[in-house]
Design a protein around this ligand. Structure first.
Ligand SMILES: [Zn+2]
Length: 707
């Protein structure tokens, strides 16, 4: 049984008739390692497969709930863990394709299936007979002689059922079900609207004048974006790894403004793809859901099951970091304004100018030019670098497996083996941007590790949106792109190294404010001279990055950190504010996302020249599904942990210190949700972390001290 949101029967009327024998989703996958036969899977296979898998799961659940034997761990919890495997399998393939390689037919399946899946899971979570059995096992854990991992699994079942409404009375349950189903449909519509706005935008650039200031590597990727859209020539599209470098380098202030407006207005353009009404409804429904469960608001509900425990704890951390970050950003702004005046510009710095003048200032202050770095950061070398760090820390080796089935020709697969040579899983890298892929970067599982039904190895995917070089040429990354690659690879290691018995607590099934620890921690190794000297090699000559450039790169990494911190915290604060709204009374007006955003930003003193990293109308983290709702702060919460955790290596004088790496593997990367997150951290580090290492890491420690 999967831990994701999601019971009930599918309305089969829309599904075309497909004989079971013809549907690859319903077969045993006998390909190597049980990889789905992607080349044979088509959109029309999903609905009939879902119908069958959901019905199967309903039967399994009914049998567990109606078991006449007294509840035991085996006949209740283990049985639940073993149920719904077919559904999981189909769901994993579907979600991967819906995010990484979608089309109109898959988008339609997504709209049809999301509310039905929500209904299905809701029926399971509100099955009172089932909940009573879980409750009995939970209370009798000691008498039943459960081991520590089993106790934790029961506790997670109990908590997730209670939080999903299992203990509610019948009327409340019905309302709860309606809410969950509606939220699922709204989340799907939200992300499809953002994708539609992204697909609709392409700014063609013609002639040298429109390309002014853009380095060759960026021109190349714009040409490839143009080709991908079927346009002859260069085009700027709305993926972050295209927009940010364009804003950083384009000399054309008018074009920067156009691209910037396109990017920040995604989901906010009026018309059929506008997300503001969806946001208002989702916020209202989430508040009502929290209220049904006895919480003051959604943020309190959400944080109750997180490491942070309360909104106050989160606000406390954000405030400690916000003040110095804002001071730093404002000083930076003033320096850029002075630069504009000096250059004879007679205008006020605007948000679309920030990255451009920050780059100019960086070149001047740090004597460091971002474009000088790129030739040393080829995507293949950076993948190798990530594999190398995983090898040194955890003894892993990665062997290309070109014969393994994939969903797009750009995707690559590797077999991952441990130091004893034993295969621990497969890793898939889907690194390049394309129109069939939603924006952002993420990790996904096609299959999670577990030992309950045999020694099941994980199939783990990284999806990124790096601008691809034209055929035959080398794709070069910015340092930020390389950081994203390492970040997602850190999540992948959390999935790959998982070593638990029960699916409920495998891999990344941990608290959302703990799940970014393995990913953000891994970014630290990218910044180590030892690693860069070995892997940052010029893509044409193979020469290592000159020492002077390397020193400047590392010295410049905190440059503009005030800005990055401000654009991030603005999102975390607005997310919390929005989810701290009490359930509305019948006459309350709907939340106006734009006005709400403005008020939140005014409250914290957001500088006019900086825009939230994700404005509400395209804030997929919190609206496309509920993953990070009232949880966007998690990145910074986890950063407190990752900064402090990396210091554990630094303190030994060896960034690959074997004893520290072993503890890190045992208590973090391999442990899944076996322990409470604070306990797990303490077991690794010997104590809980403080924010000091984070402030140092962001170069804000001195400002925090004087302010
Ligand atoms: Zn992450």
């Amino acid at each position: 049984m999967s831990q994701t949101e999601g019971p009930g029967l599918i309305d089969n009327s829309a599904a075309p008739p497909i004989a079971p024998g013809d549907n690859p989703l319903l077969e045993e996958w006998t390909t190597s390692a049980g990889v789905p036969p992607f080349s044979r899977i088509a959109a029309e296979h999903f609905l009939p497969a879902y119908v069958k898998a959901l019905a199967e799961h309903v039967t399994e659940i009914a049998a567990i709930a109606a078991d006449p034997a007294p509840p035991t761990f085996g006949n209740t919890i283990a049985a639940l863990e073993l149920s719904g495997r077919a559904l999981d399998r189909i769901d994993n393939v579907f979600h991967l394709l819906a995010g990484a390689h979608t089309d109109d037919a898959l988008l339609e399946v997504e709209r049809a299936i999301a509310p039905q899946i929500a209904r299905h899971w809701n029926q399971i979570h509100t099955n009172f007979a089932l909940f009573r059995r879980i409750d009995t096992v939970m209370r009798g854990a000691d008498e039943l002689g459960l081991d520590a991992e089993q106790k934790r699994v029961v506790e997670r079942y109990y908590t997730s059922f209670r939080r999903a409404g299992a203990a509610l009375g019948n009327v409340a349950k019905r309302r709860f079900a309606e809410i969950m189903e509606r939220l699922a449909a709204l989340g799907t519509a939200f992300s499809q609207n953002v994708l539609a706005d992204e697909q609709a935008f392409a700014l063609r650039l013609e002639g040298d004048a429109e390309l002014a200031g853009l380095p060759d590597s960026i021109r190349e990727s714009l040409r490839s974006e143009g080709n991908e859209r079927g346009l002859d020539g260069y085009a700027v599209t709305l993926s972050r790894s295209t927009v940010e470098p364009f804003l950083q380098f384009s000399d054309r202030r008018d074009l920067r403004e156009k691209v910037f407006r396109g990017f920040v207005m995604r989901g906010d353009n009026g018309g059929s793809t506008d997300n503001k009404a969806i946001i208002a409804e989702m916020v209202r429904l989430r508040a009502e859901r929290a209220q049904l469960l006895g919480y003051a608001d959604f943020a309190h509900y959400r944080l109750d099951d997180a490491m942070a425990k309360s909104p106050a704890a989160v606000r406390g951390l954000l405030e400690v970091v916000w003040r110095p970050a804002r001071v730093s950003a404002l000083a930076h702004r003033d320096a850029m304004q002075a630069l504009i005046q000096e250059d004879g510009g007679n205008f006020k710095l605007e948000p679309w100018d920030w990255r451009y003048y920050a780059e100019k200032l960086r070149q001047r202050v740090c004597d460091f030019d971002e474009t000088a770095i790129k030739p040393y950061l080829s995507v293949d070398r950076m993948i190798e670098a990530a594999f190398y760090a995983a090898g040194r820390l955890f003894g892993l080796t990665f062997t290309p497996r070109p014969e393994v089935a994939v969903w797009h020709p750009d995707v690559r697969a590797w077999q991952v083996s441990g130091s004893d040579g034993k295969e621990i899983g497969l890793f898939f890298g889907d690194y390049f941007a394309r129109t069939s892929k939603r924006s952002g970067a993420w990790m996904a599982s096609l299959r999670e590790q577990q030992k309950l039904s045999g020694d099941i190895t994980p199939l783990i995917v990284n999806v990124c949106n790096f601008a691809k070089a034209p055929a035959g040429e080398t794709t070069l990354l910015s340092f930020e792109d390389a950081r994203t690659l390492f970040h997602e690879f850190g999540h992948a290691l959390h999935g790959l190294l998982s070593s638990v018995t029960y699916p409920m607590i495998a891999g990344t099934n941990v608290a959302t404010d703990f799940v970014e620890l393995p990913s953000q921690l891994f970014e630290h190794w990218l910044e180590q001279p030892e690693l860069l000297r070995r892997f940052a090699l010029h893509y044409q000559t193979g020469a290592p990055m000159p020492e002077q450039l390397l020193t400047r790169l590392l010295a410049a990494r905190n440059f503009n950190k005030g800005f990055a911190t401000v654009e991030y915290i603005a999102c975390a604060e607005t997310d919390l504010d929005l989810h701290a709204l009490p359930p509305p009374k019948p006459d309350d007006p709907a939340v106006d996302a734009r006005a709400f955003e403005a008020a939140s930003l005014a409250r914290i003193g957001m500088p006019d020249e900086i825009v939230m990293r994700h404005r509400l109308p395209h804030f997929a983290h919190i609206f496309a599904g509920g993953g990070y709702a009232a949880g966007y702060y998690s990145y910074m919460w986890s950063e407190v942990l990752d900064a402090d955790a990396f210091a554990a290596f630094e303190e030994t004088g060896d960034i690959f210190d074997p004893a520290t790496a072993k503890r890190l593997r045992d208590y973090v990367y391999a442990a899944g949700g076996r322990q409470d997150p604070a306990e797990a951290y303490k077991a690794f580090r010997g104590r809980l972390p403080t924010a000091d290492a984070l402030l140092r890491k962001r170069g804000l420690a001195a400002l925090a001290a004087v302010n």
